[in-house]
Design a protein around this ligand. Structure first.
Ligand code: ZN
Length: 171
């Protein structure tokens, strides 16, 4: 069966930057599943997989605009180190939740100077070309519940991490 809107795709994948460094990959025997056509994955990869079927191998280079967007310089800012009270060693790569007018944003420390810390609220892969190598393992029709929720459910009928508010699986 071909990948179209409303199918659940399982795939092995590896993601490299333009230097060839692996940024992310699925674990052996643990393919990633997603619901096609519901923006569960980045647009550039979703469109490259359209019409493929199990066994197909797809290699695609996704530009930032079809990936995680361009870097927004306004999301990078220097803040006084005394704002990080209670944290002894601020190091590059640490992540914090920052409260902003638009709600909480995850930021990464990108530079530490004497009394100043530069944090970046861009997605870590913003501005990167993303080189995906994908092997389609399985394509199936999504259940009505999956389509209604807009995401994949695990084989036990529910998805992990959902908060139970309704007596159902809550996701
Ligand atoms: Zn759900």
């Amino acid at each position: 069966m071909e990948i179209t809107n409303g199918t659940v795709v399982s795939m092995d994948y590896a993601l490299r930057n333009d230097e060839g460094t692996i940024l992310d990959q699925s674990q052996p025997e643990q393919p990633l599943s997603y619901l096609h056509g519901h923006k569960n994955i980045i647009p550039g990869l979703e469109s490259a997989l359209e019409g493929k079927s199990a066994g197909d191998e797809v290699e695609v280079r996704v530009s930032p605009e079809d990936g995680y967007g361009e870097k927004n310089p306004a999301l990078e800012q220097a803040v006084p180190i005394d704002r990080f009270q209670g944290i002894d060693n601020i190091e590059v790569g640490m992540q914090f939740q920052a409260s902003t007018d638009q709600g909480p944003v995850s930021v990464r420390v990108v530079k530490v100077e004497d009394d100043q810390v530069t944090v970046d609220g861009n997605h870590p892969l913003a501005g990167e070309h993303l080189n995906f190598k994908v092997t389609v393992k399985d394509v199936r029709t999504a259940s009505e519940e999956e389509l209604a929720h807009g995401h994949v459910h695990q084989s036990d009928g529910c998805c992990g991490g959902g908060e139970d508010k309704s007596g159902g699986c809550g996701c």
